[in-house]
Design a protein. Structure first.
Length: 118
C-alpha cells in the first residue's frame, strides 16, 4: 500500500482547513479598506492650527488660520509641530485599535488550529 491511498482524505482535510482559514482571513481584507480611511486629527494654538494625518505620519490637511500668523515664526512652527504630533498619534492609536481588534481573533484561531494539528 502506498501513501497515495491516504491522499484523498488528506486533500479533503486540507480543503476544509483552507476554506476555514479563508473565512477567518476575510476580516483582514475588510481591514485593508478600513485602514485606508483612517485619519488622525490634531490642533494647536487654540485651534488656529489644524492638521489631519495618516497613520504613517503623512499629512492630508494643514489649516493655518490667518490669526496664527500673529504668533511669530517660532511659535507658529511649534504650533504646527504640536498639531502634527497630535494628529499622527491620533492616527496611530486609531490604527492600532482597529488592527488589534481585527487580528487578535484571527491569530487566536490560527494558534488553535495549529495546536489541534499537533
Amino acid at each position: 500500500m502506498t501513501r497515495d491511498d491516504d491522499a484523498p482524505g488528506l486533500s479533503d482535510e486540507l480543503k476544509r482547513m483552507v476554506q476555514e482559514f479563508g473565512a477567518r482571513v476575510q476580516p483582514l481584507e475588510e481591514l485593508q479598506h478600513e485602514v485606508a480611511g483612517i485619519r488622525g486629527r490634531g490642533e494647536a494654538a487654540g485651534g488656529l492650527v489644524k492638521v489631519e494625518a495618516l497613520p504613517g505620519g503623512g499629512l492630508t490637511s494643514l489649516v493655518i488660520e490667518s490669526r496664527a500668523l500673529r504668533l511669530g515664526s517660532e511659535a507658529l512652527a511649534e504650533a504646527i509641530l504640536e498639531a502634527v504630533n497630535q494628529a499622527s498619534g491620533d492616527a496611530t492609536r486609531a490604527m492600532s485599535e482597529l488592527v488589534n481588534g481585527t487580528t487578535s481573533p484571527i491569530f487566536a484561531e490560527a494558534r488553535r488550529l495549529l495546536e489541534e494539528r499537533r
